[in-house]
Design a binder for this molecule. Sequence first.
Ligand code: PLP
Length: 391
Amino acid sequence: MTSGRHFLQIPGPTNVPDRVLRAISYPTIDHRGPEFADLGRAAIDGLKSVVRTESDVVIYPSSGTGAWEAALVNTLSPGDRVLMFETGHFGTLWAGVARDLGLDAELVPGDWRSGVDPEVVEEKLRADADQRIAAVAVVHNETSTGVTSRVPEIRAAMDRAGHPALLLVDTISSLGSVDYRHDEWGVDVTVGCSQKGLMLPPGLSFNAISAKALRASRSAGLRRAYWDWGPMLDANTGGYFPYTPATNLLFGLREAVAMLHEEGLDQVFARHRRHAEATRRAVSAWGLEVLCRVPSEHSPVLTAVLMPEGHDSDELRSTILGGFDISLGAGLGRLAGKVFRIGHLGHLNDPALLGTLGGVEAGMRIAKVPYRPGGVTVAAEYLADTAGEAG
Ligand SMILES: Cc1ncc(COP(=O)(O)O)c(C=O)c1O
């Protein structure tokens, strides 16, 4: 038995604010009744304001993987080539979904320590003289590595190449935590879900759809039923859904979006950057290495920390869980046992971050991981020196 709250510091699902939990606990209403239309519209409009789009947004009762599939089946035809990037575990998994659907996914190899290189995007598109590439699909924030790709630069590279491919972006772990602009950045389909920066439990996923993507959906040949944008958009015009929506999660979404706007999106993003910087300072004071090796791509959402040679990150995580009731993210895929991930996204404040870093530092002492003491002090000093700037 432990007392006090569990610290859920994985990079999603994240801590759900009490306000959101209370909203989710409202009695379920008739999803075809008059009261629902207001909720449906508020949820969709709220999401548009976070994705920063004037175009359509559809909401599915599903995990993020469903929204990956929806983005592909609504815009592409069997055998279409999709340019994808091995930024880490999730970039690789998305390419697997594309292949399973009968698409020709080209996975550009990566080192799992950096994001999508806009120059490579430009080269690949310029080399595609007969324009076989139908879409470029990138993960904005690679949750397995703590690397954030530069979407506006990728868009600019596509424009320089003068290539008509669609741009599909996975914002599953960035939305609501990292600056993101669907319309301004010329994204065709934004893929998102509930359980990370939006501070909701798992269970909702989204697609934001540009006019170009909507046109593409009319001739896209992949088979689709549940994920079809058409019936969803038709029903959404009245605030309804073509099948039973996750009503109580929509109550939560409306509340969570209200919270984000009360704080102010720019302030929310600044808070995440500041917490990420404090975390990286702690890591380097400990004498450990952050996995992301490109400073301009450091994730504001999570920090993946490389274990010293000969030490296993899962053992350290289990020591920290057992000793301090803090859950940290595991190394995924080829990073299993090699990194641990500190989630600093969503409903988080300075004392919660310091508590987390304190648990990591104390856990390293117990687990006899070689480190220099003092990382927490360095983080606290940084937070003190920047207090009031954000968060
Ligand atoms: C960047 C990214 N994409 C996709 C997914 C898959 O989402 P889900 O597990 O909700 O299906 C995740 C899950 O963590 C993710 O972080």
